[in-house]
Design a protein around this ligand. Structure first.
Ligand code: 5GP
Ligand code: ZN
Length: 116
């Protein structure tokens, strides 16, 4: 798999071609605010490398997955959040609309379960 898909919105955000409100970035991961927030805090953690969805992860991505969760933990901590939700939609039928892996982190309001 190539590192970048020129037609991918989030690859363009990684490259800085589309602006984003970044709250964290490191070697492997960036975290930025969702443009259409569904909670007072709603950020997206993405790998810099193009991976379409969680269904495309391989054994070699274990460290990347840890980096995504640890980045969100840090953003939540900085925001003073102790209760929050991390979710990733896999496939259009599950609500995925951007096909570059992203973990949503939402916080700052109560959540119900199961999600719709
Ligand atoms: P999905 O529906 O794939 O799980 O989530 C995609 C998310 O990306 C949505 O919550 C949507 O609001 C967000 N999004 C779509 N386009 C942009 C954009 O250009 N900038 C930012 N910051 N978020 C976006
Ligand atoms: Zn991409």
């Amino acid at each position: 798999m190539t590192d970048r898909d020129p037609d991918c919105l989030f690859c363009r955000i990684v490259a800085g071609e589309i602006p984003s409100d970044r709250v964290h970035e490191d070697e492997e991961v960036i975290v930025f605010r969702d443009i259409n927030p569904a909670a007072p805090t709603h950020v997206l953690a993405i790998p810099r490398r193009h991976i379409p969805s969680a269904d495309d992860l391989t054994d070699g991505d274990a460290g990347l997955l840890a980096a995504l969760f640890l980045a969100l933990r840090r953003v939540a901590s900085d925001a003073g959040l102790h209760d929050y939700r991390i979710v990733t939609n896999v496939g259009a039928g599950a609500g995925q609309s951007v096909f570059h892996l992203h973990l949503h982190m939402l916080g700052g309001r109560p959540f119900s379960w199961p999600p719709g």
